[in-house]
Design a protein around this ligand. Structure first.
Ligand SMILES: Nc1ncnc2c1ncn2[C@@H]1O[C@H](COP(=O)(O)OP(=O)(O)OP(=O)(O)O)[C@@H](O)[C@H]1O
Ligand SMILES: [Mg+2]
Length: 578
């Protein structure tokens, strides 16, 4: 916990909000002072009434009491507003920094951390920290000051009463934070059970088609019962614990108020204090309940926020491995590339072993190989999503490690095996939310690629919403969008990792046309699962187990009866290499 505070996460994000923080402190102290004042006004009223003071004086006291009560409420509302505002302003900046860091981090980081986990960091933990700002200041500090204030006022009223209340508050705080910890643990268990039930439902509903296809509904229902049992048991125990807690606290305060009354009555009888003072003391005792309850509760949330701060700090401190090179510039136009004796492993198991491949500018090379042979991995190295273990990848004669990443990636266009469509219009999906790209350019690209008819079939043209809830696209149509995206970026090398799913003949024709246009005047790497795609290649490379096992012109390989490529062609299978 301390390390997070040492590194100044809080000060970094709080400093720009200093004025709000000061305002909050002022409001908080004002609210506390007003709250402490009111029982004393009531005391004067009661004592004044007993002593037969004039009505005008009593009325003034009553008006003062009401005004102070009203002002207390106003201060509380203002204080809550400023606290929440402060918490969110400070942590929004943190959210932005975290999101930027997550976006920057290497591909390998993202394969090791699932999106849910990162959402939890960027939103869950940060919300806990936002709560920490408001809760810590308002509840913990505010209530602690209030508690001390009550004890101080009571000590000035009568030291015996002050001492009794100080002792009562100390005992109550210890008992309540112990019990509060127990209640907190129960409610955490209930939350975990609720989370696993909703996770279960999400996954099962997401996989409904497969589940039904396998006739596994009954099994899924059985599992649902288990999850609901767990949720029921933990929720029941959590609710029970919470209500026992508040019942016990009520009893504790009945005892405390009783003690205050007994002591007050004795002191009033001996003439040491007035009846008004006894009233004020009883009022203060009941006023202790809220801050004590908050203090005992907030200890748990503080621990959670501290955990969040440590995790957020860790993420902010995560450095990327793949960083910009010194900035060697790549030549313009189509780019040659060379994979030079490259060895690469994701973990320990080597995926590429001593792979060498040279492709001239403007040449199109087809890469074939059975599933898992390392085809997609090669595309990731060209895009520098990973760095090679040994050897080098050069593009246009420049080692990819010496170019700037944005330059490199703007010159290499990548169409991945499973294209990601974003929730947005066709326009957004083509230009990747870049509003500066005019519609005319998008339409020109689509028409160049022969996709204007396809666009015409969409209900609202460029404004058609894609993604969940919008128009669904087939795998092939997704690839069409991705091709247009790459065409728009006008790269020197196009890497096409073809989807292995079967396409309908019409989409297939569209794709072929678009690919031909895209590869025209560019260097191409096509990872092919279909004959027409391979036919476009000047040269074919066959990968197996991370090694290049065959390489040559398409015509030569097809003519050589011993070639695997020729065999596959005869079977009409290129992707399987079975
Ligand atoms: N992100 C990753 N982390 C760890 N291992 C990986 C990762 N991606 C791929 N691999 C492993 O690397 C090997 C090669 O995978 P790759 O995706 O390059 O195969 P592929 O030839 O593209 O297969 P397919 O034809 O099915 O697309 C496989 O054994 C795979 O399990
Ligand atoms: Mg692949």
């Amino acid at each position: 916990m301390s390390s997070a505070f040492d590194r100044g996460l809080l000060t970094t994000y709080l400093r720009p909000q200093l004025r709000r923080a000061v305002l909050l402190a002022v409001l908080l102290l004002a609210g506390i002072a007003l709250q402490l004042a009111n029982p004393l006004i009531a005391r004067s009223f009661i004592d004044g009434a007993q002593a037969g003071r004039p009505s005008a004086q009593l009325l003034r006291l009553a008006a003062m009491f009401t005004t102070v009560a009203l002002a207390t409420q106003v201060a509380t509302i203002a204080e809550t507003y400023v606290a929440v505002d402060l918490g969110w302003r400070a942590t929004n900046a943190l959210r932005v920094d975290l999101t930027r860091r997550v976006l920057e981090l290497d591909y390998s980081f993202h394969t090791a951390h699932n999106p849910g986990e990162l959402v939890e960091r960027v939103d869950g933990d940060v919300s806990a920290i936002a709560g920490f700002f408001s809760r810590f200041v308002v509840h913990v500090l505010g209530n602690a000051v209030f508690l001390l204030g009550v004890v101080a006022v009571l000590l000035t009223v009568d030291w015996r009463i002050g001492a009794l209340m100080a002792a009562f508050a100390a005992v109550a705080l210890v008992v309540m934070s112990r019990a509060g910890g127990f209640v907190g643990r129960r409610s955490r268990l209930a939350r975990v059970a609720a989370g696993s039930l909703s996770g279960f439902l999400e996954e099962r509903l997401g996989g409904l088609a497969d589940l039904k296809a396998c006739g596994a509904d009954a099994y899924a229902l059985g599992e649902l019962h288990q999850h609901m049992d767990a949720r029921y048991a933990t929720t029941r125990s959590s609710v029970l614990a919470a209500s026992s807690f508040s019942a016990s606290v009520s009893m504790l305060f009945v005892a405390g108020t009783g003690a205050a009354l007994v002591l007050g009555a004795a002191l009033a009888r001996s003439g040491a204090v007035t009846v008004g003072t006894v009233f004020a003391v009883v009022r203060y005792t009941t006023m202790l309940r809220y801050p004590l309850e908050q203090l005992s509760r907030q200890m748990n949330s503080l621990q959670q926020a501290a955990g969040g701060i440590v995790r957020v700090r860790e993420l902010l401190d995560t450095e990327r491995q793949i960083v910009d090179g010194p900035g060697a510039t790549l030549p313009s136009g189509p780019l040659s590339f060379e994979i030079d004796s490259v060895t690469f492993a994701y973990g320990k198991k080597p995926v590429l072993r001593d792979v060498s491949l040279r492709v001239e500018a403007g040449e199109v090379v087809g890469v074939l190989g059975r599933t898992g042979s390392g085809k997609t991995t090669i595309t990731r190295l060209l895009f520098r999503l990973h760095d090679v273990g040994a050897g080098a990848v050069r593009i246009g004669g420049v080692d990819v490690r010496s170019a700037r990443l944005d330059e490199l990636r703007s010159r290499v266009g990548l169409v991945t095996q499973d294209v990601q469509l974003f929730e947005g219009t066709v326009r957004d999906n083509l230009a990747l939310f870049d509003r500066r790209v005019p519609d005319e350019r998008l339409l020109a690209v689509l028409s160049e690629l022969g996709l204007d008819e396809w666009l015409g079939r969409l209900s609202e043209g460029l404004d058609t919403i894609l993604g969940s809830g919008g128009a669904g696209l087939s795998a092939g149509e997704g690839q069409l969008v991705a091709l247009a995206r790459v065409f728009l970026a006008d790269p020197g090398i196009v890497v096409l990792d073809e989807a292995s799913s079967r396409l309908d003949p019409a989409t297939e024709r569209l794709l072929d046309r678009a690919v031909t246009r895209l590869l025209d005047g560019r260097t191409g790497v096509v990872i092919a699962h279909r004959i027409p795609t391979v036919d476009r290649a000047d040269r074919v490379v066959v990968l197996e187990g991370g090694r290049v096992v065959e390489s040559g012109s398409r015509a030569d390989l097809a003519a050589d009866p011993g070639s695997r490529f020729a065999g596959l062609r005869r079977l009409g299978l290129t992707g399987a290499l079975a």
